[in-house]
Design a protein around this ligand. Structure first.
Ligand code: ATR
Length: 278
C-alpha cells in the first residue's frame, strides 16, 4: 500500500499544532500515512513546494510566514484563496501541478455554527476586531452567508479602511477608538487581533454594550479561555473559543490527502491540547 504523505511548511514551525491534529486523525482512521512538520526558510519556499510531487506528497499545509508567497507560487487557486491572496492548504494534482486553497474562513464558520447554533447571520451587524489575514478570511466568510453589516475596527485605522474598500459592502471601517460603540446592536463580535494571547495585554471591550443574545468569538487559542471569553461567559453570553477554528480548517486538507472525512470532537481537542508545549 502506498503511504500517503503530508505536512505543514512554516518558519519556524515547531509551535504548530497541525502534526498532533492530523496525527490523531491518521491513528484514529488507521491510515498508512504521515503528517510532518517541515521547517522551510522563506528563500527556499519555491524549491520546497516544487519538491512535493517529486517526493510523493499528496499536499501540505502552509503557515506563517509563507501563506501569501505560496499563493503566488502555486499553479491553481480556489475562490477563497483568490479573494484572500493567501493559501493555507495545497493539493498535488495527478499531473503534478499544485492547487492552493484557503480553508480559514470555512473553518471559522463551521466552528461558530457548531458552537452557537442559535446565531442568525442575517439579522444584525457583526463587529470584527483586527484587519490582518485572519480578519480577511472571517469577513469574507461572513459576507458569503449574508451578514448585512460587518464593522472592521483595527488599531491602525487605515488598514481597516483599506480592507473595507477592497472588499466593499457589507464591510465598513469602524474607528478603533470607538470599538465599544461598535458593539451596539451586534449579533456577534470576533477578536482576530493578538490581544489576549499569552504575552499580550487583554482585549479591553465593554461587553455590556452587546445585546444579551450576542455571541463572543476569539480566534486566540493560547490560552484557550482568554479574558474576553471569560468575561463573556460571566455575563451569560455565548463564548466561542479559537481552537475550534484551527481544528475545522484542517478537515478539508485531510479529506483531500487521505481520503477520509475526519470529525472534530472532544477526543481531537484533547489530543491537540495535550500536544502544547508547557
Ligand atoms: P493575522 O494574519 O494572524 O491576522 P496580522 O496580519 O499580523 O495577523 O494581524 C494582527 C492583528 O492584530 C492586526 O489587526 C494588528 O493590528 P495592526 O494592524 O494595527 O498592527 C492587531 N494587533 C496586534 N497587536 C495589537 C495590539 N497590541 N493592540 C491592538 N491590535 C493589535
Amino acid at each position: 500500500m502506498t503511504r500517503r504523505l503530508s505536512g505543514v511548511i512554516g518558519w519556524p514551525v515547531g509551535h504548530s499544532r497541525s502534526p498532533a491534529l492530523h496525527g490523531h486523525w491518521l491513528a484514529r482512521h488507521g491510515i498508512a500515512g504521515a503528517y510532518v512538520a517541515l521547517p522551510v526558510q522563506p528563500d527556499h519556499l519555491e524549491q520546497a513546494l516544487r519538491a512535493l510531487p517529486v517526493l510523493g506528497f499528496a499536499g501540505c499545509n502552509v503557515t506563517v510566514p509563507h501563506k501569501e508567497a505560496a499563493f503566488r507560487l502555486v499553479d491553481h487557486v480556489d475562490r477563497s484563496a483568490a479573494r484572500l491572496g493567501a493559501v493555507n492548504t495545497i493539493l498535488v494534482r495527478p499531473d503534478g501541478t499544485l492547487e492552493g486553497r484557503n480553508t480559514d474562513g470555512e473553518g471559522f464558520l463551521k466552528h461558530l455554527q457548531a458552537s452557537a447554533p442559535g446565531w442568525n447571520p442575517t439579522d444584525r451587524p457583526v463587529l470584527v476586531l483586527g484587519a490582518g489575514g485572519a480578519a480577511r478570511a472571517i469577513a469574507g466568510a461572513l459576507t458569503d452567508i449574508g451578514v448585512p453589516e460587518i464593522r472592521i475596527a483595527n488599531r491602525t485605522d487605515a488598514r481597516a479602511e483599506n480592507l473595507a474598500r477592497e472588499f466593499g459592502a457589507p464591510l465598513q471601517a469602524w474607528p478603533w477608538a470607538d470599538r465599544d460603540g461598535g458593539l451596539a446592536g451586534c449579533s456577534l463580535i470576533v477578536n482576530t487581533t493578538q490581544l489576549g494571547m499569552d504575552g499580550y495585554p487583554a482585549l479591553d471591550l465593554a461587553l455590556d454594550r452587546l445585546p444579551p443574545d450576542g455571541v463572543v468569538s476569539d480566534i486566540v487559542y493560547s490560552p484557550l479561555e482568554t479574558e474576553l471569553l471569560a468575561d463573556a461567559r460571566r455575563r451569560g453570553l455565548v463564548a466561542v473559543d479559537g481552537l475550534g477554528m484551527l481544528l475545522h480548517q484542517a478537515r478539508a486538507g485531510f479529506a483531500a490527502w487521505f481520503g477520509v472525512e475526519p470529525a472534530v470532537d472532544d477526543a481531537l481537542r484533547q489530543a491537540v491540547l495535550a500536544s502544547a508545549s508547557p
